[in-house]
Write a protein that binds this ligand. Structure first.
Ligand SMILES: *Cc1c(COP(=O)(O)O)cnc(C)c1O
Length: 420
């Protein structure tokens, strides 16, 4: 069970709404710091462990600054994400550039910043060489394809667009060594939003065994392995957070069994989690504005799928608290919906909640990662503000809400909207 408690109460949110109209996202700084520390301290046994926070989860410079202070690097996959890291002083090899289908301009920027480049495909060796030149350090993303018997890792990597095949990996390392690359890394990421710790341990076992084979066959000693992101969070109250100690001790056992006897110690271990760091620490705050009864009952809120698209896109569950009614019986069943002209614009379907009145404030939990950042402007919806609940209890606006001027800004129609 996970308690779906809030770091603020009803009165505090009403105060905030007076200043910052709904909808908005609010992030809990203290909880973000605690999550970053928790992950790093679980890997205390590893001399060289780095969490490269996946910038796409929460691409706000204030959040990145907090994570930098906690010792995290940044995992980027676009020019804008690289610029965000640079802006907050996450620099050089504190940046991992794991992009795919990457344009030359982004490789140039990554190289310019001294980021560690993690190639997604064997043809990108030539592409990078031709457009930018090969750096001293280079990493490859491995796609294990159909996983061997007994490997319980879920998903079907062979259906995924990412990475090198096993054979390409060996060819690739040979090629880049011949072309002067001196330091080598290996990356893989085969799970997402996964709550079973064993899958992360199995991924590490697979990668460590591969590191040994690479050493034996190519006489290349990897400097680091990057085990990717993907640790899940308990979106549902009946779920439990992932046991990080279990992941860590399983990975340590694999390291002791595979890396040490092969004489490959030390190998740095990197991860690039986003969701587990910021996901549970962000909330989408929205007001109920309409109630509707037809064949089903609906509560319409002033946020929509443009503010948080996970429920609509993946059918994802996000817990909802009705402020001031925490103790009231959840005895009505409703769909909680946004205003897009898309019938999948629903935050909850057939959810048992307390009776909701127009004007009630709903808090949608676990919106801190892949929430605001997935926003879009379909139907002329504007992206909402982001607020930071600081450790001293004060609140800072870390991104203002978009205005119609922002929405129209890319059109060459200076008068548009001015007469409204
Ligand atoms: C999205 C992504 C991550 C972060 O995933 P989380 O589920 O937020 O941990 C890490 N690495 C890569 C390459 C990704 O694409």
């Amino acid at each position: 069970m996970t308690d779906k408690t809030l770091p603020f109460d009803h009165a505090r949110i009403r105060e905030l709404i007076a200043e910052f109209p709904t909808p908005f996202h609010i992030y809990d700084e203290q909880a973000i710091r605690a999550n970053a520390r928790g992950l790093q301290s679980a890997f205390d046994w590893c001399d060289d462990f780095t969490e490269y926070f996946a910038v796409k989860a929460t691409p706000n410079p204030r959040i990145l600054q907090i994570l930098k202070e906690e010792g995290c690097g940044g995992d980027c996959s676009s020019l804008a994400e690289l610029m965000l890291c640079q802006h907050v002083g996450i620099s050089g090899e504190q940046i991992m550039f794991t992009a795919n289908n990457t344009p030359a301009s982004e490789y140039q920027a990554a190289r310019h910043l001294g980021a560690v480049i993690n190639l997604d495909d064997i043809t990108h060796i030539d592409y990078l060489d031709e457009h930018v030149g090969l750096p001293e350090v280079l990493s490859f993303r491995y796609n294990p394809g159909p996983l061997r018997d007994g490997n319980a890792i879920i998903g079907s990597p062979e259906e995924a667009k990412y990475g090198f095949t096993r054979e390409q990996l060996f060819d690739g390392y040979r090629t880049i060594r011949e072309r002067g690359v001196k330091r080598f890394g290996l990356h893989t990421m085969v799970v997402s939003n996964e709550l079973n710790p064993d899958f992360f341990v199995e991924t590490a076992e697979m990668v460590f065994e591969l590191a040994v084979e690479i050493a034996e066959q190519l006489d290349i000693r990897l400097e680091f392995v990057n085990l990717g992101g993907g640790i899940g969070i308990p979106y549902r109250p009946e779920q439990k957070p992932v046991d990080l100690q279990r992941i860590s001790s399983g990975i340590k056992a694999a390291y002791d069994e595979t890396i040490r006897p092969a004489g490959l110690d030390p190998i740095a271990i990197c991860m690039e989690h986003g969701r587990m760091i910021t996901g549970p620490c962000g909330y989408l705050v929205t007001e109920a504005i309409h109630k509707k009864h037809i064949y089903k009952s609906y509560v319409g809120v002033d946020a929509c799928m443009a503010n948080l698209m996970r429920p609509a896109m993946y059918g994802a569950y996000h817990h909802i608290t009705v402020l001031g009614k925490e103790q009231a019986p959840a005895d009505t069943v409703v769909d909680v919906v946004g205003s897009l002209c898309e019938n999948n614009d629903k935050f909850a379907i057939d959810r048992s909640l307390p009776v909701i009145d127009s004007g009630d404030i709903l808090v949608i939990h676990d919106a801190g990662a892949h929430g605001h950042s997935m926003g879009f402007q379909y139907n002329g919806k504007l992206r909402s503000a982001e607020l930071l609940l600081k450790q001293d209890g004060s609140v800072e606006q870390i991104r203002r809400a978009e205005t119609l001027d922002d929405y129209f800004a890319t059109l060459d129609e200076p008068k548009l909207g001015k007469g409204l």
